[in-house]
Design a protein around this ligand. Structure first.
Ligand code: GLY
Length: 396
């Protein structure tokens, strides 16, 4: 990767300095629970790590899919500052997160363990982290539903519940890195095969002709799309920007692990569609089709996730010019987040302002959202110190 110019390096490094200060302050006050979104007052709203996903009547609750991101932010702060205190805190927090590796109810165990145990193992080499990540990957792999048309990972709910078994979400694409890591770590191909099967079926069922994506799909028993719908976007046929970001990130990860150029081409087509809808502001509206645009809220987390995906595409791309173009787009997004979106104010906890968790659920609108902070930091680490926080993909 070309050396970053000094000015940009200082900008990115400054954001990580801010994280290191804030996370230590927060550690002194949050107790055993984990932050997930900020309130209007700027204070973190928190949730115990043990809160699993589930149905309450017909309403689905995601539970705590955020807790691993906190561990990942502590590990990144350790790498950035060189201080052991952050690693001690990461280990302590990991003990609270660890029981979730047996959670049978959600695809989110991918998010939880790929952002915590995987970087912690990469940085320390400690087998305890790797064992947790493998156990979580086994649970995620067990969510593979085989149909005559292919196989997909069910996103939500116990597998004996028809509602969840027949549904999948675009977010699942960004849970696949746990399976890919498990395959590389254990040498067991079944993890990779499950991930790639899911990516292929998602390509058929979720990606529309214009390379925008549905948020969720309900399959029929034959594995055909019965309907495309949304859970957190504006409407079933709208383009929820974070959903597109999860897809870009997931196909880049699939290309990196499988070494199959076709998945990179999908990531690129999704990325081009995202850029067409983005216009000239590097941070997207929460949903590109919200009728309130240009007065609709933006979602800084979608920009952070997309930047992380574009950086992976840049590193993978066999054509250096095309790789440089994806890197340029990622840098424009990260530059804007560092310049205009950092929460420097003491009262505003979290790192990135103006994230948008869910407008339909009225939760975390115009807030810091923990996953946004995490993917922002993952992208900054990849830009500043490739391979230090997570393994670096080799060019295809
Ligand atoms: N459930 C994942 C997301 O909110 O993007």
């Amino acid at each position: 990767m070309p050396t970053l110019i000094e000015e940009r390096r200082a900008l990115y490094s400054g954001a990580l300095d801010l994280l290191a200060v804030k996370i230590l302050e927060d550690e002194a006050s949050i107790g055993a629970a984990f932050p997930y979104v900020t309130e209007e007052s700027g204070a973190w709203r928190t949730m115990p790590a043990s809160q699993s996903a589930g149905y309450s009547g017909d309403a689905w609750s995601h539970g705590n899919w955020f807790c691993g991101f906190w561990v990942g932010l502590l590990v990144a702060s350790h790498l950035h500052t060189g201080k052991g205190r952050y690693l001690d805190l990461a280990r302590e927090r990991m003990r609270l997160v660890a029981p979730r590796c047996e959670d049978p109810n959600t695809h989110d165990i991918g998010f939880i363990f790929e952002s915590s145990a995987v970087p912690a193992h990469h940085v320390t080499g400690d087998g305890w982290f790797a064992d947790l990540a493998i156990r979580a990957a086994e649970r995620l792999r067990a969510r593979l539903i085989t149909t005559p048309a292919g196989a997909y990972l069910s996103s939500w709910g116990p597998l004996d519940d028809r509602r969840g078994r027949l549904s999948s979400a675009i977010d699942t694409m960004a849970n696949l890195p746990l399976l890919y890591w498990a395959s590389a770590h254990s040498g067991e191909r079944s993890f990779r095969l499950a991930g790639e099967a899911h990516a292929r079926m998602t390509q058929e069922a979720f990606i529309r002709a214009d390379f925008s994506t549905f948020h969720a799909v309900e399959y029929d028993e034959a594995g055909q799309r019965a309907r495309g719908y949304t859970f957190q976007g504006h409407a079933d046929h709208s383009l929820w920007s974070r959903g597109q970001a999860w897809a870009i990130y997931g196909y880049a990860a699939t290309a990196a692990d499988t070494r199959n150029r076709a998945h990179l081409e999908v990531a690129e087509a999704l990325g081009r569609r995202y850029l067409e809808r983005l216009g000239d502001h590097p941070v997207p509206y929460w949903d590109f089709d919200d009728p309130a645009v240009p007065d609709a809220p933006r979602d800084s987390s979608a920009a952070a996730i997309t930047a992380a995906g574009f950086l992976a595409m840049a590193r993978l791309h066999p054509d250096p010019e095309k790789g440089a173009a994806w890197r340029g787009h990622a840098q424009a997004m990260l530059d804007c987040l560092c310049t205009d979106y950092l929460a420097h104010e003491d009262w505003h906890r979290g790192l990135l302002k103006h994230g948008c968790y869910s407008i339909p659920h009225r939760d975390g609108v115009d807030s810091a959202v923990l996953f946004g902070d995490y993917f922002f930091v993952e992208a900054l680490m990849a830009a500043l110190s490739p391979g230090a926080f997570l393994p670096e993909p080799e060019p295809l």
